[in-house]
Write a protein that binds this ligand. Structure first.
Ligand code: C2E
Ligand code: CA
Ligand code: CA
Length: 746
């Protein structure tokens, strides 16, 4: 199954966000453009309206202003119905100075024009009868009937140009009284120059920012003809305004000219341009931000993962993948806390493989590792989900069993685990028989802290290991007392080494063929000020476990070499000094360096020194033991296998070990005459050593029968109470000399 690379995920998502950003930006820009354009429409409309109303005001004021001026003339005439033409001219002249648009003034008494000002150029108007003229009749009659000014036109003038004509009806004024009062007198017509009006207001000349059309000829408003601009304008959607005139109205329509629209277009283009840039920026930003976000997420995810990995490798065993000591302690603390809250119980099972080292030594660490893997697999198959198994190191494992219901249940569990090992393990055509020892401690009886529970399960495991009948054991308090006692003993041994409480004794080894003393075995003695004499069988194992055997062993070797050298003058030849070397010294000290140092310091010849190594010490690490033995042999020191016959595979290893001598274990010798099996073993050892050309010493010989049996088998080197108990150094020369006398004891 292939999952997409995290990096491609990030890029795909980034593009998606970029697209979304693009769409949002596009929509935003489109919306803004629409809103702007609407706003501009509005703006233009109001600007058009403003222009138009300014124009209207201008036109209105000019037209009405000029017309109103001539109401003065009408009033004057109405007050003086018999006014002369000279007088009219004078009045007009006065008024004309104040106006702009008036081209001419026509005065009719009744409906026929009888006077025109200025006369020059307007002679044709004299005698015009309004009633007889179709285009003039209607507005004139309207003015008369309404008694108000009526503005007509525009009309095209005979002398060219366009004009508006204002009619002012004149009635004789009341102050004259009588019949004439309020009677129709005539009409004053004011001809206004429309072209000039257009010029003055800016309508002509194309300077205006708006397009303009006006309808309402003769003041008919929206119903009148269009007399300025394009009629089409009214059918678009123009801005329009009505313009009030004396006796009527005009309707004006306007739309903005291109000039105004251009400004709008520019702004819209600007917005659109900016919009494109904005969309681009948005898209890029969308991509970049999302990418960065993705990458950040990726980094966080990777950090999480590596944190998880670190946590996992810190809490799990690399080889087997199960919990390690650290996680075990954590889990145990929690389990204890939980048990405490619920008044529950739990158990810790401590597992240790028996003879696992042999696999490593014989088949290499690869095989050992595979064995452990297989073991864990089988072990997990036996456990419930609530039970946690951890590797504490090497071949040590521990299990937390929550809800430990009963001793029986725990026994059952331990039995299931140990019976796993009753079947041999098969790894690469090799068959392995490995045992497991299980120690069990229970919360809260055997301890309330993780450390104590584990320590007590460990203690129980050691008891199980030593017990040949059972491979599991429950912790009990006596184990703890043993531990305390052992601790005190360790302290005493340490003090004993410092304050010279140890001394050496020597047990002669007799060669029957002499007979003579060929060697002595050095044995350590301890006389504790309070404990009294403590046997080496008791304190040597404790000194080994605590590591104190290394300084003690160094002292022993130095002391014995010195004492033996003390016999130099008294004996023809020094006996061979056998010194016991503990497995701890062999594997964890530096035996060869120590021997070198002692020989150099005391002057003991190397061929006078023999090192006794027990068979089990060799079996602990055959490879390392062989190396040490060979290096001692190279120096001229001889090596003996002590307690021979007690280990099983000894005979097979013997072939490869360059030792000089074997010592038949005391347990076989003491069974001579009582146990045929022991006798058979002695025979086998004799046979084997003969064929390997090894010397044999029998130790623990006490009786003449034992001596006879061994002599018959050809074993000539004898050590035991029969000849001598271990003695102090000073007695050995005498003993040896006596023994050399012919006919002695043997
Ligand atoms: P081992 O090396 O097997 O020593 C022989 C033991 O047999 C000695 O016990 C000795 O006293 C005893 N023995 C000798 N002949 C007879 C006999 O005829 N009958 C009986 N019943 N016992 C006899 P010891 O001195 O008590 O030493 C016990 C063990 O302590 C030794 O066994 C040896 O393993 C260890 N040991 C003694 N001294 C030293 C030492 O200096 N260094 C080391 N590393 N271990 C020592
Ligand atoms: Ca010995
Ligand atoms: Ca022995």
């Amino acid at each position: 199954m292939s999952s997409p690379e995290p990096d491609t995920i990030s890029s795909r998502v980034s593009w998606m966000w970029a697209t979304i950003a693009f769409c949002i930006a596009l929509f935003g820009v489109y919306y803004a453009d629409q809103a702007e354009s609407q706003r501009f429409q509005q703006e233009i409309r109001s600007e058009t309206l403003e222009q138009l109303s300014r124009l209207r005001a201008d036109i209105e004021s000019r037209l009405t202003g000029d017309l109103q001026l001539f109401t003065g003339l009408a009033v004057h005439i109405s007050l003086h119905p018999d006014i002369s033409t000279e007088e009219i001219d004078n009045t007009i002249r006065g008024l004309m100075q104040q106006q702009n648009l008036v081209r001419s003034i026509g005065v009719s008494k009744g409906f026929v024009i009888h006077h025109v000002y200025p006369l020059q150029g307007n002679e044709a108007a004299i005698g015009l009868d309004y009633l007889a003229n179709d285009s003039q009749r209607e507005p004139v009659l309207r003015a008369v009937s309404t008694r108000k000014i009526v503005l007509a036109g525009p009309v095209t003038l005979i002398q060219g140009g366009q004009a508006l004509i204002g009619r002012l009806p004149v009635f004789t004024a009341l102050p004259h009284g009588g019949e004439e009062a309020g009677k129709f007198w005539g009409v004053v017509s004011v001809v206004l120059d429309l072209d000039r009006l257009y010029d003055l207001t800016g309508v002509s000349g194309g300077e205006m920012p708006i397009e303009l059309a006006v309808r309402g000829r003769d003041g008919l408003g929206q119903f009148g003809d269009v007399f300025l601009g394009d009629e089409e304008l009214f059918s678009d959607d123009p801005v329009h305004l009505d313009l009030s005139l004396p006796g009527g109205r005009w309707r004006m329509a306007a739309t903005p000219r291109a000039r105004l629209l251009q400004k709008v277009d520019e702004r819209r283009r600007l917005i659109q341009g900016m919009g494109v840039i904005l969309v681009l920026l948005f898209t890029i930003a969308g991509y970049v931000i999302s990418r960065q976000f993705q990458q950040q997420k990726l980094v966080i995810r990777m950090q999480d993962r590596s944190r998880e990995q670190i946590w996992h490798s810190a809490t799990h065993d690399r080889l087997t993948g199960i919990a390690n000591r650290f996680l075990f302690n954590e889990e145990l603390s929690q389990a204890i806390a939980q048990a405490r809250r619920h008044q529950g119980s739990l158990a810790v099972l401590f597992l240790d493989l028996d003879r696992f080292k042999e696999i490593n030594d014989a088949f290499g660490h690869g095989a050992g590792d595979r064995f452990l893997g297989l073991f864990v697999e089988k072990l997990q198959g036996q456990l419930r989900e609530s039970e946690l198994v951890a590797r504490l190191g090497g071949d040590e494992f521990a299990i937390i069993a929550k809800d430990a219901e009963s001793v029986e249940a725990l026994s059952g569990m331990a039995q299931r685990i140990t019976s796993l090992m009753s079947q041999p393990f098969q790894i690469e055509n090799n068959t392995f028989h490995v045992g497991v020892s299980v120690g069990i401690s229970v919360y809260p009886d055997d301890g309330e802290t993780p450390d104590l529970l584990l320590q007590n399960a460990d203690l129980a495991m050691y008891t199980a290991k030593e017990d040949i009948h059972s491979s599991y054991a429950f912790f009990d308090e006596s184990m703890n007392r043993e531990v305390q006692e052992r601790k005190r003993l360790v302290d005493d041994i340490r003090r004993g080494v410092d304050s010279n409480q140890f001394r050496m004794v020597y047990q002669p080894i007799v060669d029957l063929s002499g007979p003579r003393v060929v060697g002595v075995e050095a044995l350590v003695r301890w006389n504790h000020p309070e404990r009294g004499p403590v046997s080496p069988g008791e304190f040597i194992p404790v000194a080994e476990m605590s590591g104190l055997i290394i300084p003690l062993g160094r002292w022993i070797m130095g002391r014995t070499a010195e004492e033996v050298m003390g016999w130099t003058g008294e004996l023809e030849q020094l006996p061979i000094l056998s010194i016991n070397m503990s497995p701890i010294q062999l594997h964890h000290g530096d035996p060869v360096a120590m021997v070198d140092e002692v020989l150099a310091r005391t002057g003991l010849p190397a061929d006078r020194l023999d090192i006794e190594i027990t068979e089990s010490a060799i079996l602990e690490d055959v490879h390392k033991a062989t190396k040490a033995v060979m290096r001692l042999r190279e120096k001229g020191v001889s090596v003996t296998i002590d307690d021979f016959g007690t280990g099983y595979s000894s005979l097979s290893h013997l072939r490869h070990l360059p030792v000089n001598r074997v010592k038949i274990d005391i347990s076989f010798v003491q069974q001579i005459g009582q146990d045929r099996h022991s006798e058979a073993i002695i025979r086998a050892i004799m046979f084997l050593s003969e064929s390997l050309n090894l010397r044999v010493t029998a130790e623990g010989v006490e009786t003449p029968e034992q001596l006879e049996f061994l002599r018959e088998l050809g074993c000539s080197e004898i050590q035991g109470y029969y000849f001598s108990r271990p003695q102090e150094a000073r007695f050995i020369p005498d003993f040896s000399r006596q023994f050399a006398q012919p006919g002695q004891r043997a």
